[in-house]
Design a protein around this ligand. Sequence first.
Ligand code: GUN
Length: 297
Amino acid sequence: MAATVIDGKAFAARVRGQVATHVAALKADHGITPGLAVVLVGEDPASEVYVRSKGKMTLEVGMKSVEHKLDAETAEADLLALIHQLNNDPEIHGILVQLPLPDHLDEDLVINSIDPAKDVDGFHISNVGLLGTGQDSMVPCTPLGCLMMLRDHHGSLSGLNAVVIGRSNIVGKPMAQLLLGDSCTVTIAHSRTKDLPDVVRRADIVVAAVGRAQMVPGDWIKPGATVIDVGINRIEKPEGGTRLVGDVDYDSCAAVAGAITPVPGGVGPMTIACLLANTVTACCRANGLPAPEGLTV
Ligand code: GUN
């Protein structure tokens, strides 16, 4: 039977709709407008596209959007001073510093200078520790989006075997923590994992986040498993031009999986939707209000 295609674009539109409803209520009931500041250093074209898209969607859900575009040669002290100013700005509830940063800037130092309560990426060491110990934290956007889709598809994830391929701080490690929090049996596989095909074949849930185009073929997938593809890779088409593909070979995986996310239109749209959700969560917590149900873990 053909796999169910998990429509991340439609799911993300629903999440943005829920965010917009909460934003309207915060304004009407409390006179508060959630604000998101995005900081971009340098002129990486892909980052510029992301930042523009984040700004547009922030405004669309009724939040305040602030963009700071800094020169590629910006001194670390100047970037830290801007973050300090945003940390102390009561109209800003979320701060995102777009990565990667130019080489002369210490990424860990910069991320850890963000107020953890405004760290809507969930990258600050305090948030990493809170997530790892099952306490309220800001949850990284891409894994949060994957978890929302998995919960929606499966209901309970309890007892399922999950294999996360990739051990990045942004996706692999927090994804594993979230799946563990939902009582999955979790394996984190990576480039040194022995017998990777056999490891993946045991999974009821496969999350592929390695950044290698079409690396996972269909014969690694257990029949009926759910495949979440985090990869976004641009490849050459035989007839010329390029196209986007994920980390799994879509056609062969879709032939055996029970459910699968496409690329594009799967995980990608959920990342920005979850960034907006995290900003509302941060705003609610900053004002002593409960975080909206369904928009966080
Ligand atoms: N660059 C690529 N993905 C991300 C992300 O999720 N957050 C930030 N800050 N930068 C990124």
